[in-house]
Design a protein around this ligand. Structure first.
Ligand SMILES: Nc1ncnc2c1ncn2[C@@H]1O[C@H](COP(=O)(O)OP(=O)(O)O)[C@@H](O)[C@H]1O
Ligand SMILES: [Mg+2]
Length: 242
């Protein structure tokens, strides 16, 4: 199958620090792939380059047949890439519905007014927030803020969803809900690149895993094999993670 996203020789330097070093990997349409690695290994920097927050120092990012490397974030979003942030970003002083309506307005073909409100209700239902539109965003529990953030990402009608530790901070019950939500997206054909520290979630969701360490790729393959790889295990142990 031809990949939906293909990263080639991707590199990012911050001054003298090479955060991402000649990285290659791809994600096929409909796949959920984990991007793993100890803290500081460059995962968020990769997400930032794919989504257009940072331009790569070198290399290429192909999205379908389009070279999106270095395009501004809004253009990449219009090509069909959406993301969530490692720290939840919402508009706290707006209602839940207004948060989604605002995101719908940034689509390539924005919708407004009643149509946008109806679309917001549909998106809220998709993430398990049916009828919660009138509540203030800042009053939501953590899992519900996560759901709303996901609805904001889905509002862009992405083909590729980038989730940066979206499941972190959830309690065990919420984690199960979060995993099921991602499963429901997969069942609707969404392609997902998932940065995640919770191995239970990685095993449950990801057919394939790409592992980075200090900016470089150290493993890429079916999840179970990658997680058992001794280089991967020692990279995590080296950082103090058991
Ligand atoms: N905007 C930035 N400016 C300078 N250094 C950065 C910036 N973003 C990330 N880094 C550095 O790049 C490395 C990789 O960071 P990051 O991609 O956030 O890792 P991860 O998400 O895997 O924990 C770290 O050493 C980090 O300090
Ligand atoms: Mg990170």
């Amino acid at each position: 199958m031809s990949p939906l996203v293909r990263v080639e020789n991707l590199r990012k330097q911050f001054g003298g620090l090479t955060a991402v070093h000649d990285l290659d990997f791809s994600v096929a349409e409909g796949e959920i792939v984990a991007l793993l690695g100890p803290n500081g290994s460059g995962k968020t920097t990769v997400i930032n380059m794919i989504s257009g927050a940072f331009a790569p120092t070198a290399g290429r990012i192909m999205f379908g047949e389009t070279n999106i490397s270095g395009l501004p974030a809004h253009r990449i979003a219009h090509h069909g890439v959406a993301r969530t942030f490692q720290l939840v970003r919402v508009l706290p002083s707006l209602t839940v519905r207004q948060n989604i309506v605002a995101a719908v307005a940034f689509r390539r073909e924005p919708v407004w007014g009643q149509e946008a409100e109806a679309e917001a209700e549909r998106l809220l239902s998709d993430v398990g927030l049916t009828g919660r539109g009138p509540e203030m965003a800042q009053d939501l529990t953590y899992i519900d803020q996560k759901r709303m953030e996901l609805a904001r990402a889905l509002a862009a009608q992405p083909r590729l969803l980038l989730l940066d530790e979206w499941l972190s901070g959830l309690n065990p019950t919420e984690l199960r809900v979060g995993i099921e939500l991602i499963v429901s997206l997969r069942d609707r054909g969404m392609t997902v690149l998932l940065v995640e520290h919770i191995m239970e979630a990685v095993r449950a969701l990801c057919t394939r895993a790409v592992v980075m360490n200090v900016g470089r790729k150290i493993a890429d393959g079916p999840t179970a094999g990658v997680l058992a790889d001794k280089h991967v295990v020692s990279a995590y142990l080296g950082e103090g993670h058991a």
